[in-house]
Ligand binder design. Structure first.
Ligand code: C5P
Length: 250
C-alpha cells in the first residue's frame, strides 16, 4: 500500500480513534484492564518499550482482539536488514503505526519503508503499519546532544534536517513534540502523518512534561494523532476522560 493512500485512510479515522492512549504499564493484565475501560471510543492504544518488553506479541494480539488499533512504539535503531525485518514483524502483528529513529540513517529508513510498502495489509484494519520517524528525543538537551554529536547546528535545525531525510527515505510521517509541530508542518507541508505526545487537556496535571499543548491546539497546529497517557489512564474513569477529549476535537 503506497503511503499517500495509507495516510489518507488513517486521517479518515473518527476523532476518538485519533487519540492514542499510552498503555505505559508493566504487565499485560494492567494493559488489558485499561484498554477495557476505554470503552467504545478508545480505539487506539500505544504499546511501548516497557509493555512490549514485559508482555511481548501476546499483548498486541489480545488488544487487537478487543478491536484496538496499535501504535507499536519500539523506536528501532539497527542495521538496515534488522530494522526492515522488525518492521515486517510489526506488519505481521497487525500494528497500525510503528517507529524508528531517523538518526539510524538513509539506508535503514529506506529498507524499513520498502519492507512495509510491500507488506500485506492487516485483515481487520485494511492497512499496513505506517512508519514514523523519531527525530531527536525531546528529553535530550542541547548540551547532551553536543556530547554525542558535536555540531554548530541548533537542535531545531537537526530536527528539521532529520524530518526531511525521513520523508525523502519513504517514511510515512513523524513523531514530534507540539513545540516542533508548526515548524515541521511549515517545512514539510501537509503530506506527512504527524503524531504528537506531550498533550494535556486544559486544566490537567502536567506531571513531568515540560512543554504541553492542549488537544485542540495540537490538532489546529497540524497534528494527525495525539498520544495521551496519564490524563486518561489515571483518570477515575478512563473511558469518560477519553470521550471528553474526543468530543472537544470532534
Ligand atoms: O502520560 P503522558 O501523557 O505524559 O504520556 C506520554 C506518552 O508519550 C508516553 O508514552 C511517552 O513515552 C510518550 N512521549 C512523550 N514525549 C516525547 C515522546 C514520547 O511523552 N517526546
Amino acid at each position: 500500500m503506497d503511503r499517500i493512500q495509507l495516510i489518507a485512510k488513517l486521517r479518515d479515522l473518527p476523532a476518538g480513534r485519533r487519540i492514542i492512549t499510552a498503555l505505559d504499564v508493566p504487565t499485560m493484565d494492567q494493559a488489558l484492564s485499561i484498554a477495557e475501560r476505554l470503552g467504545a471510543e478508545g480505539g487506539f492504544v500505544k504499546v511501548g518499550l516497557e509493555l512490549y518488553s514485559a508482555a511481548g506479541p501476546e499483548v498486541v494480539h489480545r488488544l487487537k482482539n478487543m478491536d484496538r488499533d496499535i501504535f507499536l512504539d519500539l523506536k528501532y535503531h539497527d542495521i538496515p536488514n534488522t530494522v526492515a525485518s522488525a518492521a515486517r514483524v510489526a506488519a505481521t502483528l497487525g500494528a497500525s503505526l510503528c517507529t524508528m529513529h531517523a538518526s539510524n540513517g538513509r539506508a535503514a529508513m529506506t529498507a524499513a519503508s520498502a519492507a512495509l510498502a510491500e507488506a500485506k495489509v492487516d485483515h481487520r484494519t485494511g492497512r499496513r503499519p505506517a512508519l514514523l520517524a523519531v527525530t531527536i528525543l525531546t528529553s535530550l538537551s542541547e548540551q547532551e546532544m553536543g556530547e554525542v554529536s558535536p555540531s554548530y547546528d541548533t537542535l531545531q535545525d537537526r530536527v528539521q534536517r532529520l524530518a526531511r531525510l525521513a520523508w525523502d527515505c519513504g517514511c510515512d510521517g513523524l513523531v514530534c513534540s507540539a513545540t516542533d509541530l508548526p515548524g515541521l508542518r511549515a517545512a514539510l507541508g501537509p503530506e506527512p502523518l504527524i503524531v504528537t505526545p506531550g498533550i494535556r487537556p486544559a486544566g490537567a496535571d502536567v506531571g513531568d512534561q515540560h512543554r504541553v499543548t492542549t488537544p485542540r491546539q495540537a490538532m489546529d497546529a497540524g497534528s494527525d494523532f495525539l498520544v495521551i497517557g496519564r490524563p486518561i489512564t489515571q483518570a477515575p474513569d478512563p473511558g469518560s476522560a477519553l470521550k471528553a477529549i474526543a468530543d472537544e476535537l470532534a
